[in-house]
Design a protein around this ligand. Sequence first.
Ligand SMILES: [Zn+2]
Length: 95
Amino acid sequence: MTQKTLRICEKGHRYYKSSDCNTCPKCEKDNKPTEDFLARLSSPARNALVHEGITTIEQLAQYTEKEVLKLHGIGRASLPIMRTALEEKGLSFRS
Ligand SMILES: [Zn+2]
């Protein structure tokens, strides 16, 4: 198990990451207006993903369906939307 550590980016956003990647999810989101899969979701589902640090479809692909469903705010109705968004990029949930 990798421990998630608190990082603070140069713009002052606080976020937790367990990887060596230093990319701030908030800045990443600001820089990628084309990542529209979040816009398709209901706002509780979207908030749940953003809260978890998932702001790109590539990040979503690192989760299993089970893990995503465990997030507070994600309902079963969100799954087909996310699955479709992943497939459009040639990705899928981790199995
Ligand atoms: Zn930032």
